[in-house]
Design a binder for this molecule. Structure first.
Ligand code: PRX
Length: 636
């Protein structure tokens, strides 16, 4: 039986055992038999977590786009590769076949080459969820350029930071984007960002909303006209398995975003393998992941994983609430979706709308329901299971991270019995460990600790762009010889894992990772503000909401609190994006600090959550008196 397709719990345990006992044999078999390589590896795995350095399929050569596109042309050239569902339900969906995808990607690759883009160059992609986004990502991969997709909801400042961090010279964008009933002026945002990025000498602009835009002579070009002139034949560049494929930025608990670098070979093998099994994708199925390609979920499970399996993958431009809250279910019915993958925040928002939107539609095509991005609460899990899946479509609660590249802990549907709120078992090849505060691994069952991974897996990020030391400090320093995830977890009586949430200063809001430091930095830029602290408080739909404490400088003018609050959210939108706006803002007389000056967020979090009577001993603080004052102001 093929190790590539796992269909029972017994088979899972067998393959899992092999993957742990003989990882090199296991992965070499899988990689050799299910992918196209241009030259074999000389070593399957070479690793040292103390440096940290990890090499998979050393010296092997490949091009991931040949695996995702070219090799499917003969058997399924006319099959839909990408099914584009536009924001407006009255606009026709676009079925992009593997043949058409091949042509568009080759053309786009030639357009990039004409702009001077070479292997190893960074291409910043700031596009909405339109086919050009997929074409550009894959075109970069075809010519060995490193794509850096920036979610098109980020502000101009956030975009500029990301362009400059990886020194991209070219940006691919669109005139604008549709988002529900609104349009967003993407080109305007890019123009503003580029004022801070003098090195960018080429901007390619896709036409989507057909708005009047400014085109800077010599720098800006309309993509459509370049594409129409480009040849549809671009030989795939030979890539080393360890050559970087892309950079994707994720928030950290301090300062600037971290540009996680993923490489080609291992990432391809692992995303393809997990996709096949965790979604049990069968020939002819229609798969839909509602994420944006601006996040890792879209990279791995809209594009690379599905395409490497020759799947039909939906790309949805719109939002779940437009034109009404039945949109997701309408799309499931219309395209007879078999696997549906979304975030708990969307599930909660849709559940709140009642069942009638769901019940209007025939969802009987659904075979697997997935969730990702944050812990799913029990109520949302049951609603998803009963109302959407009618108890017939197993839920895969998939835990993973931008850094891990692919799904790490998840049930295999129809094999692993599910348990609400538990991501269940590690995927094949993944060796989790729970650690205590003394740095010891916690053995046994019914225990909780900090979640680490103790052995490399093929799709792990290899470094942080331009800052390997930060990579080491963030992930490999907390626990010796282990990758530290930043999450806490419990392991139950049958070795199932439940992720309990972040144990660092990252807060997950609506499934988006937000570091407290960049938000605080943005707030502190306000002239009247001396310092600030952000904490997360539980929120019915978003999972967490942001609660900010801000301290004013000692000035005589004190504007109205509402005016300050508005200015703060304005600053955050400008510096980071609207996703990081605060739900609650309290003007605070001070912040509780330790004697060494560290802000005691734990105390601030408790007060914000209405647990101000459970603070424990605060007498050792530098300024214990401020706590009572804050409690009174917050009044929770
Ligand atoms: O805290 C975990 C949470 O999301 C974090 C990773 O966020 P990001 O890099 O943006 O990637 C999200 C998509 C893979 C994790 O450290 N997280 C992700 N999936 C789950 C989860 N928490 C609980 N359950 C999950 N299924």
């Amino acid at each position: 039986m093929s190790a590539y397709h796992i269909q029972s719990l017994e088979e899972y345990f067998n393959q899992y055992r092999k993957s742990v006992e003989q990882p090199e044999v296991f992965w070499a078999d899988l990689a050799a038999n299910h992918f196209q390589w241009k030259a074999p590896w000389t070593e399957v795995l070479d690793w040292d977590f103390t440096k940290p350095e990890v090499y998979w399929f050393k010296n092997a050569k490949l091009n991931i786009t040949e695996n995702c596109i070219d090799r499917h042309l003969e058997s399924k050239g006319d099959q839909t590769a990408i099914l584009f569902e536009p924001n407006d339900p009255n606009e026709q969906a676009q079925h992009i076949s593997y043949n058409a995808l091949y042509q568009a990607v080759n053309k786009m690759a030639n357009v990039l080459k004409d702009q001077g883009v070479k292997k190893g160059d960074r291409v910043c992609i700031y596009l909405p969820m339109i086919p050009e986004l997929a074409y550009t990502v894959l075109a970069c991969a075809r010519i060995g350029a490193i794509h850096s997709v920036v979610f098109a909801g980020f502000s101009s400042t956030a975009l500029a930071t990301r362009i400059n961090d990886c020194d991209a010279r070219i940006v691919v964008t669109a005139d604008g984007s549709f988002r529900g009933s609104k349009t967003i002026d993407l080109k305007g945002i890019v123009d503003e960002a580029l004022e801070q990025c003098p090195q960018v000498n080429s901007v390619l602009v896709a036409t989507r909303i057909k708005s009047k835009i400014h085109l800077e002579t010599g720098r800006d070009h309309l993509l459509e006209s370049l594409m129409s002139k480009a040849s549809d034949n671009c030989p795939a560049t030979v890539m080393d398995a360890e050559d970087p494929l892309f950079i994707l930025y994720t928030s950290g608990s301090t300062g600037k975003p971290k540009g996680m670098v993923h490489s080609s070979g291992g990432y391809m093998v692992y995303t393809a393998y997990t996709f096949k099994n965790i979604f049990q994708y069968e020939e002819g199925d229609v798969y839909w992941c509602t994420a944006d390609i601006g996040w890792i979920t879209g990279h791995s499970y809209i594009l690379y994983g599905p395409l490497a399996n020759g799947a039909t993958t939906i790309m949805f431009e719109g939002v779940p609430s437009y034109p009404d809250f039945g949109r997701f279910w309408e799309i499931v019915e219309k395209h007879k979706v078999n696997q549906f993958y979304t975030a708990p925040t969307a599930i909660r928002a849709l559940a709140r709308q009642g069942n009638e939107h769901v019940e209007k539609h025939d969802l009987s095509s659904l075979k697997v329901l997935g969730t990702v991005g944050e812990p799913i609460n029990e109520e949302a899990w049951h609603w998803y299971d009963k109302t959407v899946g009618k108890g017939q479509a197993p839920i895969v609660d998939t835990w993973w991270q931008t850094e891990t590249g692919g799904i790490m802990i998840s049930p295999i549907p129809y094999a692993t019995p599910t348990k609400p709120t538990f991501a269940t078992l590690p995927f094949i090849g993944i060796q989790p460990a729970l650690m205590d505060d003394e740095g010891q691994e916690i053995q046994g069952k019914q225990v909780s600790g900090k979640l680490c991974i103790k052995f490399p897996w093929p799709s792990m990020a290899r470094t942080i762009w331009g800052n390997h030391q930060r990579y080491k400090d963030t992930y490999f320093s907390a626990f010796e010889n282990k990758y530290f995830t930043g999450d806490g977890a419990i392991r139950d009586a049958v070795d199932y894992y439940r992720i309990t949430g972040r144990v660092d200063d990252v807060i997950i809001v609506s499934g988006h990772n937000l570091g407290t430091a960049p938000i605080e930095d943005a707030i502190n830029e306000h002239d009247l503000i001396a310092e600030s602290a952000i904490v997360g408080v539980p929120h019915d739909i978003k999972g967490n909401a942001l609660f900010g404490y801000v301290c004013l400088k000692d000035t005589e003018v004190r504007p109205d609190d509402a005016v300050i609050a508005k200015a703060i959210n304005g600053l955050i939108s400008e510096k980071i994006g609207p996703i990081a706006k605060l739900d609650h803002i309290v003007i605070s007389p001070g912040l509780p600090k330790t004697r060494s000056g560290k802000i005691m967020r734990r105390i601030l979090r408790k007060i914000a959550c209405g647990e101000g009577d459970q603070l424990g001993d605060i007498s050792t603080l530098l300024n214990p008196e401020v706590v009572a004052e804050i409690k009174e102001i917050v009044g929770r």
